[in-house]
Design a protein around this ligand. Sequence first.
Ligand code: AMP
Length: 397
Amino acid sequence: MKILVLNCGSSSLKYQLIDMATEAALAKGLVERIGIANPRLVHEKEGAGKVTIEAEIPNHDVAVKLVIEALMHKDHGVISHIGEIAAAGHRVVHGGEFFTKSAIVTAEVKKAISECVALAPLHNPANLIGIEACEKLMGATPQVAVFDTAFHQTMPEKSYLYAISYGLYEKYRIRKYGFHGTSHYYVTGRAAAMLDKPIESLKLISCHLGNGASVCAVDGGKAVDTSMGLTPLEGLMMGTRSGDMDPAAVSFIMDKEGLTTKQMESLLNKESGVLGISGISSDFRDIEAAVKEGNARAKVALDMFHYRVAKYIGSYAAAMNGVDAVIFTAGIGENGIGTRLAICEYLGYLGIAADTEKNNVRGKEVDFSAKGAKVRCLVVPTNEELVIARDTLALCK
Ligand code: AMP
């Protein structure tokens, strides 16, 4: 059975076709610049290199059509008929309080996704457009929505409520939702397998450190707290996002700089974080290179990032009254050898100690804890597409 996994952004569409017999991706790709100048599709058949297809791509309907054509192409295709795609699984960023797990797309599900648009104005509309484009092109083929927020719905009130008027929660559902749920779910499951222990017996802290970054406390397989909030802006310092700060600083900056709410949102989401502090880049490879050349602001940006991740790990160890393993995943977590070591150095008091030799890996599952360390340290490459495909398959069986 083959499942098409789609992740639609406002001007992009990422996809993978996964063969569920082997759970291997047969093909994957990215449509970029949908609805703007110079759009293109970069498609890769497993083991056969990339092809770039340039075409008019005015909307997501055309993008999905091109993806299906690429998947059926005589040279770089992997299927001969659209009917070979048993189902499509869609990443949906915000499921609000409606969804605690993935769902087959129905009219009610689409209505609930659109009711969450106010909570994720950049993402949910694009996710819905992708679902509707597939519905038009794929007829009765089942569509499944997999939510970034669903895994975090097990958080107790004491974790997810903000200490503001309860009436605002009741009126607008203002609360912590959390994101990267499929990633935290996948890596904590893999961690239990690596440790050869039932997940129900483990206290895990998952650090998804990519351009967007979040930490999640998972007790007995259930998320009990997470660093992202109502939106993906809260929590860690990120590539271009500020993460935690005093909310009073927001109105102060708006007053002083004469900024509108949109401009302020853009400043906090796109011009802050590692980019804002370093003034160089949001990309950790550029920052590490600048640090080597003696750039002081790049150094402070990197130090802040490490320090803030370590503080979250410490606070989540307290929240769970213990921790068995800390997991590092996503671009920086999987590849940032120095970053992992720097974070672990803060955490000796918890019983965390890294083995520098074992830590010397990129993009591979490894337990890099020093011999005898009380808390295990793991690298687990994430695979959100596989979680989406598995959930899709489970709901369509
Ligand atoms: P993601 O959003 O998960 O794709 O992660 C993107 C981030 O991972 C960027 O900041 C990259 O600089 C970082 N990254 C990717 N490869 C490396 C590497 N080899 N060393 C350090 N950071 C890396």
